[in-house]
Design a protein around this ligand. Structure first.
Ligand code: ATP
Length: 420
């Protein structure tokens, strides 16, 4: 079955041309090339997916290099893994060499050797992800379905390719639930049996904290993270990240509000990191003395880890202080150095209307109050550089909090400077 009309229907003609061009380059080099994985699965489901994985029978490095040259695109080679990334328009094309995998120890990363399409598809997690699309001209846009993935997609079934799959790589347990939850699919009966066995025999205990954290992070990117997190929790998969995430609990609906809360705050705080808000909320139920070392081992991007630690170390104290604050100045002073991720968590954890009003007052009004004059103005007016500059500016802010209408002249009068 040729899938070019499906590609045309979902994407621009440009993508079809691009894949045709890449197929021609493969042909010139005497190689067979395929689009594999999520792109093909989503194509059959009628969903667009802009992560394009191209697999070639042979070495992907010279292939991607030539594609980069001919398309005049930036190409990043990762020689050690025989993979490459090409950045073109708004697309990332990932190139890999068809390979066979061998797992010396469960949970470890596999040893790999060059191989053919069959082995490459067989090493994949589920039949629905083991589909390929040939891009060579003699088989252009033909679906390669060696393991009945198309039928499983139609029937809504998640099925492993062999019975050792979960033992080889227990992250597939998390992936199975992620795809089941995303597409409203079910595990086929044998896969479910293998899933239960894997849980009973504690396969995920061979995974590092970092690998489990990567699965949790992916869950935060799903449309409904709460539903998936609850499944991870109910099946026991979450307890491998931290022992307190055990058993079925009441769902914490704040998770479904993270996205809208982050969007709302982003208009004032453009740098807010959604992932750090998710991590903060996720870890807020365990003591900071335990969440901090866990985060250090989770391999999160530096900025995500930093803002999560900042938030988890401070949110409870801030909430208590806010409950006692009465004046605009007190509220301002409590929140002025708070990062936006912490503000988001305060909103999500707080159940008290008065505190919510104080947060709103800060975000909607107090945060934007700034002096019209700057430190530079003060130095030009003859004030010695040093801590007194900060003190003067703080004094002006204090007065502006009471009277936001103060103009530049009145600000200067306030601190006894008549002209700049
Ligand atoms: P998503 O839509 O979540 O990005 P995806 O299927 O594209 O889904 P990736 O994690 O980008 O997911 O993986 C790309 C492909 O690599 C998968 O479709 C699958 O074929 C294969 N793959 C990824 N992780 C594993 C794994 N742990 N075990 C086996 N195959 C995997």
């Amino acid at each position: 079955m040729a899938l070019d009309s499906k590609i045309q229907g979902l994407y621009s003609n440009r993508l079809l041309e691009l894949l045709t061009q890449i197929g021609q380059i493969a042909e010139e080099l005497g190689l067979k090339a395929y689009v594999v994985g999520g792109f093909v699965r989503d194509l059959l489901l009628g969903k667009a997916n802009f992560d394009i994985d191209i697999m070639v029978e042979g070495d992907a490095i010279p292939f991607a290099t030539k594609v980069g040259q001919e398309l005049n695109a930036e190409c990043k080679l990762i020689e050690r893994f025989h993979t490459a990334h090409i950045f073109l328009d708004n697309l990332t094309l990932d190139f890999s060499s068809a390979r066979k995998e061998y797992y010396p120890h469960p949970g470890d990363l596999p040893e790999v050797s060059f191989s053919n399409i069959r082995d490459d598809l067989y090493r994949r997690d589920f039949t629905i992800n083991a589909l390929a699309l040939s891009i060579n001209s003699n088989q252009k846009f033909e679906l390669i379905d060696l393991f009945n993935g198309e039928l499983d997609l139609k029937e809504g079934i998640i099925k492993v390719l062999h019975s050792k799959s979960f033992l080889d790589d227990p992250t597939r347990l998390y992936r199975a639930l992620r795809f089941a939850d995303r597409f409203k699919f079910v595990l086929d009966s044998n896969t479910e049996y293998l899933f239960d066995k894997a849980i009973k025999l504690s396969y995920p205990s061979s995974l590092s904290t970092k690998r489990i954290a990567a699965e949790i992070e992916k869950c935060f990117k799903e449309k409904y993270p709460l539903s998936l997190l609850n499944r991870y929790r109910a099946t026991g998969l979450l307890a491998y990240y931290h022992k307190s995430f055990k058993g079925v609990t009441r769902p914490d609906f704040s998770f479904s509000m993270v996205r809208s809360m982050t969007t709302r705050l982003r208009s004032k705080f453009p740098n807010i990191i959604e992932s750090a808000v998710y991590w903060s909320l996720f870890l807020s139920s365990i003591p900071f003395t335990e969440s901090q070392p866990l985060l250090n081992n989770s391999g999160l991007p530096h900025s995500v880890g930093l803002q999560t630690v900042n938030t988890l170390s401070s949110w409870q104290v801030i909430l208590t202080k806010l409950s006692l604050a009465n004046t605009r100045l007190e509220i301002y002073n409590i929140l002025k150095d708070t990062c936006p991720e912490t503000l988001a968590l305060l909103y999500l954890k707080n159940k008290n209307k008065e505190i919510e009003n104080k947060l709103n007052l800060y975000v909607n009004e107090l945060y934007s109050i700034k002096p019209s004059i700057t430190g530079k103005d003060l130095i030009e007016a003859g004030i010695e550089p040093g801590p007194q500059i900060r003190q003067i500016l703080d004094k002006i802010i204090e007065k502006k909090l009471e009277n936001p209408e103060l103009n530049r002249k009145e600000e200067l009068d306030l601190v006894g400077i008549s002209n700049i």
